[in-house]
Design a protein around this ligand. Structure first.
Ligand code: PDD
Length: 282
């Protein structure tokens, strides 16, 4: 069955969902996006996503083509029209359609699209077994705090991981882990100290990272927001990654080195369970 997507005010079958070849998203990746997880038909952590969307638009000098209420209504319509129980909703906002010119056009009229994806992230085998990752150089630009559709470096990283038989890649800059290709990176030292890189232009401010840190605080797990090296990660008792569409996934191998005996660890499991308990209660 074909999905219903949203394109500039219309709900259409995905085959009919089309945008111009002169859209700046296509020409320059001049677009921002958000991915919100859906569990039991409900949007998770919605306020965090909306806040980050506002920030991405502001940092790129783009306006918001729909009001906050209209944006939410569109996403809820997509969930309803696609009978989505578990998965995610994507929204992408571009600077619009204009003759090809690097400088920002005036009155280009923005493009806004939305679509859904069915995913079983609550019962994912990766969450139960954990994944192996590889590390790769972080070759991205220096505004990784903006959630743009310029994702080629991440696609290259994910491809390199797939070719190495791994589930993902962690990107590394000056010896320190920045983040995963589409996730934030965490390690646990000595069984109870959670370490993750502090927010800056070097990483995306993950909505799940934020939620997990809050849960760690309430679960009396100590938190260190600082950079960590690949060697530190390899000697950690646990490692995991977070994203809206995976919540928390244990990392049980880094560049062929086993972490925590190759099994998901108790801190990762506890935080993941706490997240689902919170999400299902909300
Ligand atoms: N990616 N870092 C990067 C580079 C990401 O692309 C993502 C999310 C995250 C985690 O952010 P959040 O917890 O808000 O999902 C961190 C999404 C899932 C994607 O591109 O599909």
């Amino acid at each position: 069955m074909s999905r219903i997507a949203y394109v500039n005010g219309d709900y259409v079958r995905e085959e009919e969902a089309k945008i111009s070849i002169f859209d700046r998203a296509f020409l320059f990746a001049d677009a921002i996006y958000e991915v919100t997880a859906v569990l039991d038909g409900k949007l998770l952590d919605y306020e965090s996503h909306l806040e980050r969307l506002h920030r991405s638009l502001r940092e790129l000098g783009m306006t918001q083509p729909l009001s906050d209420a209209e944006l939410k209504e569109m996403q809820e319509q997509l969930i309803a029209r696609n009978s989505l129980n578990e998965g995610s909703v994507y929204i992408q906002i571009t600077r619009g359609v204009a003759a090809r010119n690097f400088a920002y056009p005036e009155n280009a009229g923005q493009t806004i699209v939305g679509f859904t994806l069915v995913e079983d992230f609550s019962g994912s085998p990766e969450a139960k077994k954990g994944i192996a990752i590889i590390t790769i150089p972080d070759i991205r630009w220096q505004r990784r705090d903006i959630k743009t559709t310029g994702l080629l470096a991440q696609a290259m990283g994910k491809q390199a991981a797939a070719e190495a038989g791994a589930g993902d890649a962690w990107m590394v800059e000056q010896g320190y882990v920045t983040e995963g290709t589409a996730s934030n990176a965490f390690i646990v030292l000595e069984g109870n100290r959670l370490v993750t890189r502090p927010l800056s232009n070097s990483i995306l401010s993950g909505t799940t990272r934020r939620a997990i840190l809050k849960l760690a605080e309430s679960g009396e797990i100590s938190i260190e927001q600082r950079r960590f090296t690949v060697d530190e990660a390899k000697s950690a008792s646990e490692a995991f990654l977070t994203s809206a569409t995976h919540i928390a996934i244990p990392v049980v191998e880094i560049d062929g080195v086993m972490i925590g005996g190759g099994q998901p660890g108790p801190v990762t499991r506890k935080l993941r369970d706490m997240y689902f308990a919170m999400a299902r209660k909300a």
